[in-house]
Design a protein around this ligand. Structure first.
Ligand code: NAP
Length: 268
């Protein structure tokens, strides 16, 4: 019997990519799943695809505190409680800071960091009651600042520090607080990443076909939640980057620069 049978699992940002794969995986394990995103049509389509399963969908923008409150309350009204909250909804950016409108960084912080804080705030009492799990889907950019992604890195570092503090506060409550850093994973994230003017860049500068799939990433996250891990770094390149940055930071600066730049221009 699945460990997640009838458990209530909330995944923010379930209409695309890693979040959608997580929704599908937890449904297949018999969990009662809830998800939100801004694009209700995509959520509705997802629900239609899983009409025989327990899937609650809700249109919400996690950068808005009231949307998060309404979403989490709708989950509690529908299922009665929450066991697992996976703060997955996120957005990236690509532009050097000197050219970037502050609005780009503000939107990235509002969605990634504040969205995580808001959803956790409204779910925390139910999770404490159930000795459940709070997850932050962070990034390698939350261990190592990445050029062209200064706001994204800031948001992911902020989430990690915030979750580490929360983890310590909740140690005796039996709640597991964890953060998971995917490496490059094929999804929509680069297409909708904000450019210097806070508009979706509408392209990916990388070969998505060579990346880990969202489904594989979701499997890793699922297993980490099951084993109540503290943190997880994914992909060989991701692990290598975190290791290099910890022990050889000057070298990591140069290698990171080389990866993202060509002839002085940011190309990735
Ligand atoms: N893919 C990677 O290479 C990679 C690497 C490291 C970390 N991550 C992290 O993994 C998480 C999932 O990313 P992904 O790659 O699956 O990206 P994705 O394919 O672009 O999916 C992002 C999901 O988040 C939702 N979302 C975005 N902004 C939102 C908002 N304001 N309110 C509610 N939902 C919102 C999107 O739906 P709507 O647009 O409809 O709102 C979508 O469902 C993110 O936190 C990302 O930072 C991804």
């Amino acid at each position: 019997m699945s460990d997640f049978l009838n458990k209530v699992v909330v995944v923010t940002g379930g209409s695309e990519g890693i979040g959608k794969a997580l929704v599908e995986l937890f449904l297949s394990k018999g969990a009662r799943v809830a998800t939100c995103a801004r694009n209700y049509d995509k959520l509705y389509q997802l629900q239609a695809n899983y009409s025989g399963r327990t899937l609650h969908v809700f249109g919400a923008d996690v950068s808005k505190q009231s949307d998060c409150e309404n979403f989490i309350n709708s989950v509690i009204n529908t299922y009665g409680t929450i066991d697992v909250l996976i703060n997955n909804a996120g957005i990236s950016m690509r532009a050097e800071f000197k050219d970037t409108d502050i609005e780009t960084i503000r939107q990235v912080m509002d969605i990634n960091f504040w969205g995580t804080v808001y959803c956790t705030k409204y779910a925390i009492n139910e999770i404490i009651k159930n000795k459940g799990t709070i997850v932050g889907v962070t990034s390698i950019a939350g261990f190592r600042g990445l050029p062209g992604r200064s706001g994204y890195s800031a948001s992911k570092f902020a989430i990690t520090g915030w979750l580490e503090a929360l983890r310590t506060e909740l140690l005796d409550a039996g709640v597991n607080v964890m953060w998971i850093a995917p490496g490059f994973t094929a999804s929509n994230i680069r297409n909708v990443a904000l450019n210097k003017d806070a508009m979706p860049q509408g392209e990916t500068p990388m070969d998505e076909g060579k990346m880990m799939t969202s489904e594989e990433c979701a499997e890793h996250i699922f297993n980490a939640v099951l084993k109540r891990k503290r943190s997880l770094v994914l992909t060989f390149t991701g692990k290598q980057t975190v290791f290099m940055n910890k022990f050889f930071p000057l070298w990591a600066d140069k290698l990171t620069r080389k990866f993202f730049y060509k002839e002085g221009k940011l190309v990735k």
